[in-house]
Design a protein around this ligand. Sequence first.
Ligand code: GDP
Ligand code: MN
Length: 391
Amino acid sequence: MDIHEHQAKAILGEFGVPVPRGGLAYSPEQAAFRARELGGRAVIKAQVHSGGRGEAGGVKLCDDPEAARAFAIELLGQTLVTKQTGAYGKRIDRLWVEEASDIDRELYLGFVLDRKSERIMIVASASGGMEIEDLAEEAPDSLIRMVIDPAVGLADFHARELAFRLGLSGAQISEMVTVLRACYRAYRDLDAMMVEINPLVVRPDGTLVALDAKMSFDTNALFRRPEIAALRDPGQEDPRESYAFDHNLAYVGLDGDIGCIINGAGLAMASMDMIQLAGGAPANFLDIGGGASPERVCQAFRTVLSDTNVRVILVNIFAGINRCDWIANGVIQAYRDLNLNVPVVVRLAGTNVEAGRRLIAESGLPIVVAATLAEAAEAAVAARAQGIAAQ
Ligand code: GDP
Ligand code: MN
C-alpha cells in the first residue's frame, strides 16, 4: 500500500529525518493561506501516489500567495499523468504547500527489500533528483548498495561509510547517520516495503533535508498497523483493485480482455500463461482462495467485471479445500444476479467435480464447460474472438 508524500514526511519526521515545514491544502484559498503562513514563498506539490510529478507539472515554486492560489486552481480536480501513473493518471485532490529550500546537492536514498538476500537493502546515489529507474540506466556506477544484517541492525560505522561514499563531510556525516537510522527504524518498525527520499538535499548551509518522501507498506501486515492502514487513500488506487481489496480478494489489474477467476496463485499464473499461449491476453490476476462460497464467487465476478475491457470470463478451479458444487452455484448465481452479457468458460476439477458439472448443465445457462486447462484457455480465446466478430 502506498501513501502520500506528506504522510511519509510526517512519519519520517517523527523518526528524526529533517523535513521542511508545510501544510495541506484542499482549495486554492487554503493554498494561498498556507503560503502566507510560510512567509509568502512556497513550493506547491500535487499529492498523488506517483513519482515524476516534477516533470509532469505537478510541482512548482511559487513566489507569493497569489501565485500559489493560481497554481492550486490549475491543479486541483485535475488528473496528473506521470511516467509512473499510466495513461489514466491520478486525480489531484490535495496539495502539499511547503517552505522552499535552496539546493546545493541532490542525493538519492532508498530502502528496499532485497529478496535475494532476504534483507533490507539501502540504495544510495550522489546523483539524486532523477528517478531510480533512470539512475540505474544512466548512472549505474553511481549506485551504492548496502545490505543490513537484521541481527545487528544498521551499524553506525556502516552508516558513516555510506555518508563518506556520498561525498559528505564534517557535520553532514552525523546528520546522514541520523537520517539513515531514522529511515531504517521507520522501515522495520512499521512493516514498510519501501522508503525513498529523492532528492535528499544538501542545502547551501551544509545541512540535509528530505525534499521528497515516499513510503509503501506490506498489505499483509496492515492488520497489525491500524495507524498505517488509516492512511490509505482509495481515491489514488486503481478502482478495480479497491473493490477487490475491500473484499479481501487477491487481484491485480492487467491490460488484456480475458477476465480470470482462479483459485491458487500458482494455478492463476499457469492459467495466464495458457491464455497467452492460446493467443489471448488476461485482463487480470485473481486468486479467489480456498473455501469460496457462492457470495465470494459473486464478488469475484463483480471485481472482474468492474474492468470494462473484459470480453470473456474464464473460471478455473482445482478444488481441494474448495468444492466444485459451491463454485458452480456461485457461477450460476453470478450469471443471474449480474445479468452477465459476456461468455463464461468454466473448468472444474477436484472435489465434487461431477456435482459441479451437473449443476452447470442443469442450469440451462450458456456456460462453456472445459475439461482441461488447455481446453479452457482455447475456449476462452475462441469465445472472445466470436464476441468481437459479432459486434
Ligand atoms: P517528484 O518529481 O514526484 O519526484 O517530486 P519531487 O518532490 O522530487 O520534486 C521534483 C523536483 O522539484 C525536485 O527534484 C526538486 O528539483 C524540485 N523541488 C522540490 N522542492 C523544491 C524546493 O523546495 N526548492 C527547489 N529549488 N526545488 C524544489
Ligand atoms: Mn522525487
